[in-house]
Ligand binder design. Structure first.
Ligand code: APR
Length: 231
């Protein structure tokens, strides 16, 4: 039984991490074009560094914890092993902290930085700015390993492959407006059972067999534990 799960900002909302498309389209007070595009980084690198430094620092907040939705997905991976794939649009580390090991961060990770010259990535849980020494002693610039608008997401080839072989596709806490993730449901075979979990219906709800409405901290544990009982 092959299960592919796609998560978005909604699954981390109950842990206290803000989603993107609330508050009049502003993300923590910024328009997306100010902080989440390559052009923004060219124009005002300090603002972009500072914006992601704040997001990265939030991961160290002692109050921040994976919620019951994350934990349910961890139980699912434990039961299914290699038949389970978790693709997330989230750049936080709450899936890993819940115990998931097979996690593909298609939009990058807050706790990674990337060398602009070599493309090499490094684990990084501190602040980053233009003066941060390069971990390999090089003089090239470093950037957050975040996939910005206009850039190509990570893991697209592997994602395409697992989606085409999926028996179940679960899509949790995403508004379904950012592609290619919003189109993943259409890559699954016609035999695949497709379930969406969200507070309410989304633009892509008609493409699913069912939409389970409610907070994922409640809906995912119920659905997943029932699924695992029937395995
Ligand atoms: N339970 C379930 N769903 C929730 C919850 C919750 N507790 N809280 C919010 N949601 C839903 C909202 O209804 C919304 O549909 O989560 C969705 C969050 O949508 P977005 O903020 O658009 O986040 P996401 O879909 O992950 O955004 C995709 O856009 O800005 C870029 O790269 C960024 O990865 C991000 C991508």
């Amino acid at each position: 039984m092959k299960v592919v799960v796609l998560t978005g900002a909604g699954i981390s909302a109950e842990s206290g991490i803000k989603t993107f498309r609330d508050d009049n389209g502003l993300w923590e007070g910024h328009r997306i074009e100010e902080v989440a595009t390559p052009e923004a980084f060219e124009r005002n690198p300090d603002l972009v560094y500072q914006f992601y430094n704040m997001r990265r620092a939030q991961l160290k907040d002692p109050q921040l914890r994976p919620n019951d939705g994350h934990l349910a997905l961890s139980r699912m991976e434990e039961a299914l092993g290699d038949d389970f794939t978790l693709i997330t649009q989230n750049v936080d580390n709450l899936h890993e902290r819940a115990g998931n090991q097979r996690v593909w961060h298609m939009h990058g990770e807050l706790q990674k930085i990337r060398c602009l010259q070599s493309g090499e990535c490094f684990f990084w849980d501190q602040d980053l700015d233009a003066k941060t020494p390069h971990p390999n002693g090089l003089s090239s610039k470093l950037r957050p390993d975040i996939v910005w608008f206009g850039e190509i997401p990570h893991h697209l080839d592997e994602s395409d492959q697992v989606l085409r072989e999926a028996d179940y596709f679960l899509c949790a806490g995403t508004s379904g407006v950012v592609y290619p993730a919003a189109g993943f449901v259409q890559l699954t075979p016609s035999t695949c059972h497709k379930v969406e979990f969200n507070l309410s219906e989304t633009a892509i709800s008609p493409l699913f067999d069912e939409t389970v409405t409610g907070p994922t901290g409640q809906t995912l544990p119920l659905w997943i534990d029932d699924f695992l009982k029937r395995l």
